[in-house]
Design a protein. Sequence first.
Length: 402
Amino acid sequence: MKKNSNGLDASTLGKIVLARCLEQPLGAYERSVGRIEASLPFRGASWVKPASIPGAIFDADLATRHSAPATLGRVVRHEGGLVFMYRHEVLGREYRFDETAIGDMRASGAIAGDQIALLHRLRLVNSRNRLTHALMNSLLDAQRDFLATGDPLALAPLPQVHLSRRIGERVELPMVADAGRISRLVRGLAITMPDGKTLPLSRLFPSERQLHCHRLDLLVKSEKQLLLAGEIARPWSDAQLAALLEQQHGTRLSRRSIAAIRHQLALPDCRRRAALADYRMATEGFSALLPLTPSVLAVHVPCRAGVYEIRAPVAVENRCPADAVERLPVVYIGSTQGLRKRLADHLRGSSGNMMLHRHLAEGRAKVRFRIVEENWRGLERRLYLAYRETFGVPPPCNRMSP
């Protein structure tokens, strides 16, 4: 077999060139096709005609609007189903060749070098566009429920190797649509969903494990609302989580698998979640966390009675067990007849709690509060006891029980 100057045979060299074509960023690819069609060899070639891949639809509106450079096109609802519309006509382009004329020119030596180079480039464009079209048609079919609703729970497991097999069974392509080529093609690409949101194309290829992680994470997050509503008495055990996943999604996982996924997601076990829930439920109704600065106090904190919680960086050895999952741990719980004045006193160091003032000195502290018209001291005590019962220690800057 004939080899080039680098010792590569034609087949290997062709695979390398195709791989580079598939990896080309979308904007650069569109510009390169535009340059090909504007070139003198293309305009003088009578043996090729530009056409469209059968079934490819071009979205003229998307082409005129500003869209992200990596956005391939958009999924739209049409006559009760879904169709995919490319953002640029060159993405659905297919070149039709007069193979007889090409053969005659090769036999007679009448085909010039620039015409041979043009032929190779156009075949590469055909290969990439046909693979892209087969890919999008397969994704529309395999992930139809998710694309129609946007619900992550509607995603079907679809590793790229399975999609490769699916394409190979249904579509005739000029190359093998293996997982490696699909990976190169979709890298960095995105699509626009029917609701207008942009979605990385890689999100449509979840593995079974990724779906298990996502479903378990959503299930654990739903516990809080159910606990607050009184619909469940305590967080679910791993065995209960496994049963719920099987009931809701048909997913059968062992308790050991559930525990492994929890560790991967940094989710505590049911006992630890029960402890965390005690204090979190006690702070229902608090404001959002606000930077503890004079300007924020002046605008967002009222001159009214209430309880408050201050969070600030602490030394590792002073952290309570909950702080492993808190970016800014709780350092103080208090109450006052005037929230704005009391918090300003803490900032100035005039509240009599110098340990707290040292924590606030870095300027990274945050506060959240709840307005209480009466018995704010009683609520402060309940919060303090809930914190101590939950985490086993009081906040580090509360020097005595309220």
